[in-house]
Design a protein around this ligand. Structure first.
Ligand code: ACM
Length: 564
């Protein structure tokens, strides 16, 4: 990953850290800058010094001990690299060492959502108790956030001397997530990102206790997932740009790379949900394998190399429902391979924006619609997605789809992702399905954050001028529609913020995603009654330092404008 473009403000980081670590008399309630805001937090008089020698102990003897150990080892690396401390994991404590004690105790917690924890700091040391290993991991994320921001820089040589007098105020935290789905979606098709960049975002998601990475891997513009049985998906579909140039339109992820991302995410308690978008958004697929397209009288144009020509210029197309005897087996063979890589039992099947006009004109689709006595193409889409979802369900996989095909009814067990209209969440709930709320005008990170930046209002974004999505407006987003019964409310399983990358190359991605993803994290984790924008702004001051130390070139204008 290229890092030269951005230099963290180390000096301000260190100064802020020193301020934060002044004696506890200066603490006010909100001075413990944890994001997302905890369920409850008490400050007590006194502080615990972190010696140069630290021991992380693990108690429990449960089957999750290996996971706690892995959590401990990762935290040890963070302290060693960032603060130059000597950290041992396990073993007997010795005089002069500071102690971080990790434990799992499921019986102590009532939260039904995974990830609850307690964190206390007293004269005996730092104690983290998790309802599960994920809870212990989240306790460690909160602890990391209580340390000086400059430690996140992870450059052992630079900071060693800055952290000779670390101490943490006595504190008692109880915490648990509001929602079980705390997601971020990255479109790797319109522009592709490096594996390092994706890992960096996964690290940030974990720091902010987010737990679902939705990876948008197939599109009109490009197909990014290597499928060995269908090599042209990537050899043709992965290269919409000029092959003679290094372009962020070109490339794909090998199966090995995708496995690497999944393993990296799993170590951080993040599920990875790949999206194979059907029946629309398939131009790249059809460029590679035109036989799966419709017989609608419109020849598929290959377009010119370098023109990103798989996109709308070639006319948007759909995979053929009428030829289901070949298209569905093909789709399932693609899933055969994806299933060996993405092991969380969740697959996104798209379902959004099927172009109108293909199925309506295709002799195969019209014949099938009539044979099945379906009212219209919406119902045909529902039938098609149902066939695929049912096959996935039989394999033990749950499907997720963008909500607009709701018009034809929602396949059994499918999770509905609301995105286009406020009514979609309600429709999904009323259809008895679980719902993820990604309402675009509230949470799409590709929409401009404010009017301050002329670059945001270029020709591509002009139509979104009135659709400003700022850190503050995201913060105010309430994902559960009003006037619902308790049972209905419980069907909203969370939120997810997508970033669509039509106009976003990697050099602009950070400033589109941050700081807004941090707002999303608090919406996803913190109980509605505990949310407070002023408190968030106050805590964010510390997090600006943290994300700078992590080389994230975030959008300052968004936050500063909203902070007024
Ligand atoms: C979408 O934004 N097309 C889901």
């Amino acid at each position: 990953m290229k890092r030269a473009f951005y230099k963290p403000r180390l000096v301000t980081g260190v100064i802020f850290s020193l301020l934060f670590f002044c004696p506890p008399a200066i603490y006010a309630f909100e001075d413990v800058p944890i994001i997302p805001r905890c369920k409850s937090l008490e400050l007590h008089e006194g502080f615990y010094p972190l010696q140069q020698q630290i021991r992380i102990s693990i108690t429990g003897g449960t089957s999750s001990e290996d996971q706690l150990k892995a959590n401990a080892e990762r935290f040890a690396v963070f302290l060693r690299k960032g603060a130059g401390l000597k950290v041992a994991v396990g073993g007997e404590g010795k005089a002069g060492e500071s102690e971080v004690k990790l434990r799992m105790a499921p019986d102590m917690f009532e939260s039904k959502v995974a990830g609850a924890y307690r964190l206390s700091v007293d004269q005996e040391g730092i104690h983290i108790i998790g309802a599960d290993a994920q809870g212990v991991f989240y306790g460690l994320q909160s602890l990391k956030q209580m340390l000086p921001a400059a430690i996140f820089h992870q450059d052992d040589a630079v900071h060693r001397n800055a952290f000779s007098d670390l101490r943490i105020g006595f504190v008692k935290i109880e915490d648990a997530p509001r929602f079980k789905w705390r997601g971020f979606m990255l479109d790797s098709c319109r522009h592709i990102q490096t594996i390092d960049k994706i890992k960096q975002y996964i690290d940030l998601m974990a720091l902010y206790k987010m737990n679902v990475f939705h990876w948008h891997l197939t599109e009109d513009e490009a197909w990014r997932a290597e499928i060995k049985k269908y090599p042209k998906l990537t050899s043709i579909g992965g290269y919409p740009g000029d092959r003679s140039k290094e372009e962020e339109f070109n490339g794909y992820y090998t199966q090995e790379q995708m496995r690497e991302i999944v393993a990296y995410a799993h170590e951080r308690y993040i599920k990875v949900v790949p999206e194979f978008d059907i029946p629309g958004h398939v131009n790249a697929l059809l460029m590679a394998y035109p036989e799966y397209g419709c017989n609608d009288g419109a020849p598929l144009k290959m377009g010119e190399p370098g023109m990103r020509s798989f996109s709308s210029a070639a006319g948007r197309r759909a995979i053929c429902a009428g030829k289901h005897e070949t298209t569905i087996p093909f789709i399932m063979e693609v899933f055969d391979e994806l299933q060996t890589i993405f092991t969380d039992g969740l697959f996104h099947v798209g379902g959004d924006e099927r172009p109108h006009g293909n199925w309506e004109k295709c002799t195969h689709c019209v014949a099938l619609r009539d044979k099945l006595k379906l009212e219209d193409e919406h119902h045909l889409q529902n039938w098609f997605l149902n066939e695929v979802s049912e096959r996935l369900r039989k394999r033990g996989i749950r499907s997720i789809a963008w909500a607009e095909h709701i018009q034809g009814g929602v396949p059994e067990g499918q999770i509905v992702q609301a995105w286009n209209k406020p009514s979609e969440a309600l429709q999904g709930i009323r259809a008895g399905r679980e719902v993820i709320n990604s309402y675009n005008r509230k949470i799409y990170l590709d929409y401009p954050a404010n009017n301050a930046n002329a670059e945001e209002l270029n020709k591509h974004n002009r139509r979104y001028r009135s659709r400003l999505v700022s850190a503050k407006s995201i913060y105010a987003f309430e994902p559960v529609p009003g006037s619902l019964t308790l049972e209905e409310r419980a069907r909203v399983i969370g939120v997810e913020a997508p970033v669509w990358t039509e106009d976003i190359r990697m050099d602009r991605l950070d400033r589109k995603v941050f700081p807004r993803l941090i707002s999303v994290a608090e919406v996803a984790w913190t109980d509605e009654k505990r949310k407070n924008w002023e408190s968030f702004q106050h805590r964010f001051a510390k997090h600006a330092q943290i994300i700078e130390a992590l080389y994230i070139a975030y959008d300052r204008s968004d936050f500063i404008i909203e902070a007024k």
